[in-house]
Design a protein around this ligand. Structure first.
Ligand SMILES: Cc1cc2nc3c(=O)[nH]c(=O)nc-3n(C[C@H](O)[C@H](O)[C@H](O)COP(=O)(O)OP(=O)(O)OC[C@H]3O[C@@H](n4cnc5c(N)ncnc54)[C@H](O)[C@@H]3O)c2cc1C
Length: 290
């Protein structure tokens, strides 16, 4: 199917973009990689009179490792997966990006689009929560910075207002951490049934020093399992500790039976995935192989 008619704009700087957003407000939508928006338009699930393509705005396409790690929203998912600086400073992010969809989608889709789409099945929101990322949001009234925990409001809803744009993703330096994205899918190149993002550091006493846990598609939006993070800090992840941690994790989950399986079946798989995942990440850190 063809989309409804729309006007197409391709500004080359943020100032011109802001003017367009101010002019059109709710009657415009930003186009990044188009991997979520274009299918919606073509299926006529949505119709928007003005599309603003941000691919030509060079200021939105950067990877800056000078102080922690900062990434522009127009960086393509494939670049996030293969970039050496990102691998070195935050291996969780490259691991998760490499597990998104297939090469075609990764070559077009962007990190900013994945975050802003806020589909509960999208992989980046949980990763951002595990990493305690912050988002720089820009509009004609100024720039504001929002924590990941305040950014994801609900399914397909973020804190970005109609006349604003995500301009920067701010991530710390996690080079002393090890992280992994555990993704359970029915098709290897598809959205997850559910997933867990784990980012961990271990202290000299071999207990968990710092921990970030984000959950994908286990609630109406990605969630950060703060109680589980706090509970596991200062501990070694033995079987009893992980059993107690999983009980805490359950309070963050709100799922039903669906085409992918019953709730009970999914919880069984999640239980195994969570415990094995924490043990695996902890094991890698203790072997010093990261
Ligand atoms: C077959 C297929 C499989 C997929 N599998 C997965 C998967 O396994 N995991 C996964 O995470 N995703 C998956 N996706 C989604 C894919 O990762 C998309 O690329 C992503 O959701 C959106 O990124 P985009 O750059 O294409 O954004 P677009 O589609 O261009 O935009 C998405 C939304 O974000 C808004 N937006 C984009 N950039 C900004 C910005 N800078 N500021 C404000 N708003 C902005 C747009 O207005 C739009 O509402 C899949 C998509 C397809 C087609």
């Amino acid at each position: 199917m063809y989309p409804d008619k729309f006007e197409y704009f391709a500004p080359e700087d943020i100032e011109s973009l802001e003017k367009l957003l101010d002019k059109f407000q709710d009657d415009a939508k930003i186009l990044a990689g188009g991997q979520s928006l274009i299918p919606l338009l073509k299926l006529r699930f949505t119709s928007i009179p003005n599309i603003i393509d941000i691919a030509n705005i060079k200021e939105l396409n950067f990877i800056d490792g000078s102080d922690g790690l900062k990434i522009g929203p127009m960086v393509r998912t494939a670049e996030v997966a293969r970039n050496r600086l990102i691998k070195q400073k935050c291996n969780l992010l490259s691991d998760a990006a490499s597990k998104i969809a297939d090469p075609q989608v990764r070559n077009m889709g962007t990190i900013g689009g994945d975050v802003c789409e806020a589909d509960p099945r999208n992989d980046m929101p949980a990763v951002m929560l595990a990493l305690n990322a912050e988002f720089e949001i820009t509009g004609s009234s100024g720039i504001r910075t929002v924590k990941a925990t305040d950014f994801f409001k609900d399914a397909y809803t973020t804190d970005v207002r109609p006349n604003e744009i995500l301009t920067k993703i701010i991530i710390g330096d996690y080079s002393k951490y090890y992280g992994k994205y555990f993704k359970f899918t029915t098709l290897s190149s598809d959205f997850p049934v559910f997933a867990i993002a784990v980012n961990m550091s271990v202290g000299n006493d071999k207990t968990i020093n710092d921990l970030g846990i984000g959950l994908t598609n286990l609630n109406t939006t990605a969630v950060k399992a703060v109680d589980v993070e706090e509970f596991l800090k200062g501990k070694k992840p033995d079987d009893n500790t992980l059993e107690s941690a999983f009980k805490k994790l359950e309070s963050y989950i709100d799922i039903e039976d669906d085409v992918n399986g019953t709730k009970d079946h999914k919880m069984e798989i999640l239980n195994e995935m969570f415990k094995n995942g924490i043990k695996e990440v902890y094991g890698v850190l203790n072997d010093g192989k990261h």
